[in-house]
Structures are given as structure tokens and as C-alpha cells.
Ligand binder design. Structure first.
Ligand SMILES: *Cc1c(COP(=O)(O)O)cnc(C)c1O
Length: 301
């Protein structure tokens, strides 16, 4: 591991396991735990660090001085990348989906303050960029520039997620995670043994493609995982009053903050599945709090 990354990681806090004490769980005789990757770092979003760590190591050791990536105007991935780039002395460039908004989002303000160069592009151009998966694949890339696809979904992203799994020191039956690109889920699948069931919850609508995307990130095929497509609440970043009410109630009861794009939808789904009797008595479920709270700074609480 590059010494600069070791130095940075020394400032991190441990991601602990928190038990969610809920009468619903007691009633169904199951245990629900949360792995608090949201607590890893005050700025860097949990699963984005997991995915970036070994990619950054590769970039630094291959002599890159610039990392170029892509994302939306609330992107947790760009936010983590811009911050880490500043700390490590790497230049960062982002292709941002859509026109520059008249009023910058809190995320974009941070990106600018941390020195990330923002290039706003049309949705069509943005979609085209998704074709470039490898770190040298972006057309026109200059020497010492390193390309990182959307969400940091690249084979090396899985290595950092392996570390998350290794930190879990209790026995469990289910490991649950929200899915955007599915790279975090792929990392969990490759790091767990076959007796563990993995459940991904798609944050977007019509996300059947995630099954193919996750499979293609895996070195060997496995069948202990599933992606639930039913709890998108209308699409990526869409919400409903029901979802927002659930999140507020959860936050009040547990004092654990959620956001409505990923972790809120996953927890809603889990509560729903638990109450439907999807899990058997005696089973222990661990849900991963992937972080992402920075993207939710405009929601009134
Ligand atoms: C990006 C993100 C995800 C999705 O991760 P993928 O690896 O792209 O599936 C989940 N939760 C949060 C908070 C995120 O920021």
C-alpha cells in the first residue's frame, strides 16, 4: 500500500457493528445489525473509500498525476474522489451529467473548493462515457492521466470491499447492501463463503442489468446472491412521502442517520421483508450503512 494512503487511512475511525433493537425483529425472532461504514470518515463516503483505496494505490504506483471520472451533481463518488485527490496531491477532473445548475449543489461547491475541474456534458455524452471501463480506455487520455469509470466500478474496487467483510467479527446469515453500479455487492460476493446470502437492493428503476454487471465483475460465478429490484420508489434519487416518513421514524428511534437515495431504500425494504416473514427465526442479518450522507444536505430535517 502506498505510504500516502496508509497515512490517510490512519485518520479513519473504525466501522463498528450496531444492533438495531426493534420490536419488529424481536417479534420475528431475527437479529438486524448495521455495519457503520458511514462512520469511517467525516468527509469520505464509506463505500466510496472501500472502492477507491486499491484503485488509488494502483494509480499512485503507476505514476498517475491526474484522475478523471464521471458522476451526477450529487455524486458521492466524485465527492470522495475530489477530497482524496486534494489530500494526496492528485489533480482531479470530472465529467458531470447535465448542464451546470444556476445554483451549485452542496456537492458541486465542495468539488470546486477541493480543486476538481468540472466539465458539464449532455446526458447522451454521459451515457457514452459508460463504455470506457479500463483505466486507460478513455479516448484522448494523456500520459499520467488515469480514467475511473462511473462510481469507481472497476475490478480493483472489489479488493477494498474484501477488507470490509474481514472486519465483521460475528457470525451472520445475510449481508445486505444498496446497489448503484453493483460494484460494492460484487466485492461482498467475492469475499464471502457460500453459506452467506447476499442481498443487493437496486437504487434505480429497471435495474435488471445489474445482474449482468455484477456477474461480469466477479472472477468466479457464484449463486448465493440476489438483487431485489422492487424498492426503487420511482427511480434513482426519487422519493415518496412514505419513504421519507420511514427514514425520519428510523432516525428518531435509532439516532442513525440515513439518506433517501441508497440506505433509506434498503432499510425500508428490509423492514418490509422482515414483516412479510422473508427471513427465518434465528437468522442474523447485517445491513451495510454505505454512507452517502453528504448528498442529502438539502433535505430539511
Ligand atoms: C455509490 C453508493 C452506493 C452504491 O454503490 P455501488 O458500488 O455503485 O453499487 C450505495 N450507497 C451509497 C451511500 C453510495 O454512495
Amino acid at each position: 500500500m502506498h505510504p500516502e494512503l496508509i497515512k490517510l487511512e490512519e485518520t479513519f475511525k473504525p466501522s463498528i457493528l450496531t444492533k438495531i433493537d426493534e420490536s419488529l425483529c424481536a417479534h420475528k425472532a431475527i437479529e438486524l445489525w448495521m455495519k457503520r461504514d458511514d462512520q469511517l470518515h467525516p468527509v469520505i463516503s464509506g463505500n466510496k473509500w472501500r472502492k477507491l483505496k486499491f484503485i488509488l494505490d494502483h494509480a499512485l504506483y503507476s505514476g498517475a498525476d491526474t484522475i478523471i471520472s464521471m458522476g451526477g451533481v450529487y455524486s458521492n463518488h466524485l465527492h470522495a474522489l475530489a477530497y482524496v485527490g486534494k489530500v494526496l496531491g492528485l489533480k482531479t477532473i470530472a465529467y458531470v451529467r447535465g448542464d451546470a445548475p444556476a445554483v451549485l449543489t452542496p456537492t458541486l461547491v465542495d468539488l470546486k473548493n477541493w480543486g476538481m475541474e468540472l466539465r458539464f456534458i449532455s446526458r447522451t455524452e454521459y451515457r457514452q462515457l459508460r463504455h470506457y471501463k479500463g483505466c486507460l480506455d478513455l479516448p484522448g487520455l494523456k500520459p499520467q492521466q488515469y480514467w475511473l469509470p462511473e462510481g469507481g466500478a472497476q475490478a480493483l474496487a472489489l479488493c477494498g470491499v474484501t477488507e470490509l467483510v474481514a472486519e465483521i467479527d460475528i457470525a451472520y446469515d445475510y449481508l445486505c447492501v444498496p446497489c448503484g453500479t453493483g460494484a460494492t455487492l460484487a466485492g461482498l460476493i467475492s469475499a464471502t463463503t457460500d453459506n452467506i446470502s447476499l442481498l443487493g437492493f437496486a437504487a434505480l428503476k429497471n435495474a435488471g442489468f445489474l445482474n449482468t454487471d455484477v456477474s461480469s465483475l466477479l472472477k468466479q460465478s457464484k449463486n448465493n446472491w440476489q438483487i431485489n429490484l422492487d424498492y426503487h420508489f420511482g427511480g434513482f434519487a426519487s422519493t415518496t412521502p412514505e419513504l421519507l416518513n420511514f427514514i425520519s421514524a428510523f432516525e428518531t428511534k435509532t439516532t442513525i442517520q440515513l439518506e433517501p437515495v441508497y440506505t433509506g431504500k434498503m432499510m425500508y425494504a428490509l423492514y418490509d421483508l422482515i414483516s412479510q416473514g422473508h427471513f427465518s427465526a434465528g437468522q442474523r442479518i447485517i445491513a451495510i450503512h454505505t454512507g452517502g450522507l453528504q448528498g442529502d444536505r438539502e433535505r430539511s430535517r
